[in-house]
Design a protein around this ligand. Structure first.
Ligand code: 4NP
Length: 166
């Protein structure tokens, strides 16, 4: 039996990019930080993964970790590859770009009652429906820009989830 029957159960969210070392670790870290600041940590399960497996086991890219630290957010994720089981288990799976989303839709096709899939920037108040561009081959300014759009979008996405589960 649920120990706290009047509280909604945990909402599980998986952020997904290609390598799981730049964009989705930023989204995971920022979302985790905002949830913690509201005292809602026990209401969420938050993780990130990549559609590709090249960086499995690695910490976040140093440039992503640095931009996050400069905003007071510590990235603690280790890269892993998204699985079909994730699509069955999570409530929301949130893609950074359309390639990620297409791969997730392909994986979800064989899964009963699969996760709700979205592009993160569907929630961006400054430009809905866009992608979070891959910053891997660019410079530090690209990471700052990615931080800003992921930050805005994560805050709005959290509001969306809380409004839905209120
Ligand atoms: P991410 O960035 O998808 O935001 O983690 C990338 C990281 C690594 C590679 C591509 C994108 N890569 O090709 O190794």
């Amino acid at each position: 039996m649920d120990a706290e029957p009047n509280r909604p159960s945990r909402t599980s969210i998986l952020f997904v990019c290609l390598g799981n070392i730049c964009r989705s670790p930023l989204a995971e870290g920022i979302f985790r930080d905002r949830v913690a600041k509201r005292g809602l940590t026990d209401r969420f399960e938050i993780d990130s993964a990549g559609t590709g497996g090249w960086h499995v086991g690695e910490p976040a890219d140093a440039r992503a970790a640095m931009v996050a630290e400069s905003h007071g957010v510590t990235l603690e994720s280790r890269a892993r590859q998204v699985t079909e089981d994730d699509l069955a288990r999570y409530d929301y799976v949130i893609a950074m770009d359309r390639d990620n989303l297409a791969e997730l839709e392909r994986m979800a096709a064989g899964v009963e009652d699969a996760a709700e899939l979205h592009l993160l920037r569907e929630f961006d108040p400054a430009g809905t429906g866009e992608e979070v561009p891959d910053p891997y081959y660019g410079g530090a300014s690209g990471f700052e820009a990615v931080y800003d759009m992921v930050n805005r979008s994560c805050e709005a996405f959290l509001e969306h989830v809380l409004a839905r589960n209120a």
